[in-house]
Write a new protein. Structure first.
Length: 276
C-alpha cells in the first residue's frame, strides 16, 4: 500500500518548479506518487519480490507524464536517463537481481540500491510498449488494472493482460527482461563488397551469460543504413549470440544507426569500423 499523501518537497524545490533545469524533478516526484493511486493502491504487489509492479510502473508514469506535457523528446530523454542509471548501478552493485527479485525478503536490495526495481522497471515497460504497440500496451494496462482492482498482483497477471491485449506470446520478453539479470551488449562488425554492393553485418552479443538469464537476448532492432545516395531503413531480430545479416545497397555505406528511436534503451552497442 502506498501513502501518496506523504509526499513532501523542500521550499526550494517548489520555487524551482518552473525552472527548466530543476522543474523536472518536482514533476517526476508528483507524477510518480500520483501513479501509486493505481499502481500500489488500486492494485498492490503480492510480495516484496514483485515490488517492481508498483515502482516500475510509477517510474514509467514519470516519463509518460513528460510525454503528455512536453512531447516525445522529453519522454525519451527520461527513459534513457533511467536506463543509463540502471546500467551504471548494475556494473557495481553486489546485490544484483532481476525485476522480479528472488531475494525479496532482503528489502535492502530493493530500496538501498533501487535502480533495478525503479529505473530498469520503467525502461522495460517502455520497451514492452514499443514491442506490442502503443495501443495494445495501454489496453493491457486497462485490463490489468480493472481485472485486479482492490487485489494483489504478481508478474504473471501483467503478462496475461499484455498477451490478451496484443495477441502475442510474451513469455520470452518477461523471461529475459523481468526474471533475468543484466542486459544485452552488442558488437557489430561491418564489411562491404563493392562488386556486389553487399553490406554484411556480423552481430555478436558479448554480455556474460548469467544464471536466470538467456544465453542470448531476443532483440528486435531498427537499422538506418546511410549511403551517398540516400538512407535505407531495415529491421532485424537478434536471437542468438552471433548472427549475420546481409543487405544490398545502392552505394558504399557511410553510416550505420542502430535503434534510432531508442525502442530498446537498456543495451550497449559497439559498431566496429567498416572493413572489406
Amino acid at each position: 500500500m502506498e501513502n501518496i499523501t506523504a509526499t513532501t518537497m523542500a521550499d526550494t524545490e517548489i520555487m524551482l518548479i518552473n525552472n527548466p533545469l530543476f522543474g523536472g524533478n518536482v514533476q517526476d516526484l508528483v507524477s510518480h506518487e500520483l501513479a501509486h493511486s493505481w499502481f500500489g493502491d488500486l492494485v498492490t504487489c503480492k510480495n516484496w519480490g514483485e515490488l517492481w509492479l508498483n515502482e516500475g510502473f510509477a517510474t514509467f508514469m514519470e516519463a509518460a507524464y513528460r510525454e503528455k506535457a512536453q512531447g516525445r523528446r522529453a519522454y525519451i530523454f527520461k527513459i534513457l536517463g533511467d536506463a543509463e542509471q540502471f546500467k551504471a548501478s548494475d556494473a557495481v552493485t553486489q546485490k544484483r537481481h532481476g525485476l522480479f527479485n528472488r531475494n525479496g525478503a532482503d528489502t535492502s536490495s530493493l530500496f538501498d540500491i533501487p535502480f533495478t526495481t525503479y529505473n530498469k522497471g520503467g525502461a522495460v515497460l517502455h520497451t514492452l510498449r514499443e514491442q506490442i504497440s502503443n495501443d495494445a500496451f495501454w489496453r493491457g494496462v486497462n485490463i490489468y488494472l480493472n481485472r485486479h482492482k482492490y487485489a494483489n498482483v504478481e508478474t504473471p497477471d501483467l503478462r496475461k493482460a499484455m498477451e490478451e491485449a496484443s495477441g502475442n506470446d510474451l513469455g520470452w520478453f518477461f523471461d529475459q527482461w523481468v526474471y533475468g539479470l543484466g542486459y544485452p551488449k552488442i558488437q557489430i562488425k561491418r564489411s562491404y563488397v563493392p562488386s556486389s554492393r553487399t553490406l554484411t553485418l556480423t552481430v555478436t552479443q558479448t554480455q556474460k551469460h548469467e544464471k536466470f538469464s538467456p544465453s542470448a537476448f531476443r532483440i528486435p532492432l531498427d537499422l538506418e543504413i546511410q549511403t551517398a545516395r540516400g538512407t535505407t531503413a531495415e529491421k532485424i531480430e537478434i536471437t542468438s549470440r552471433t548472427q549475420t545479416f546481409k543487405f544490398k545497397l545502392n552505394a558504399r555505406p557511410t553510416k550505420l544507426v542502430v535503434d534510432k528511436d531508442e525502442k530498446v534503451p537498456i543495451k550497449d552497442v559497439k559498431i566496429l569500423p567498416l572493413g572489406r
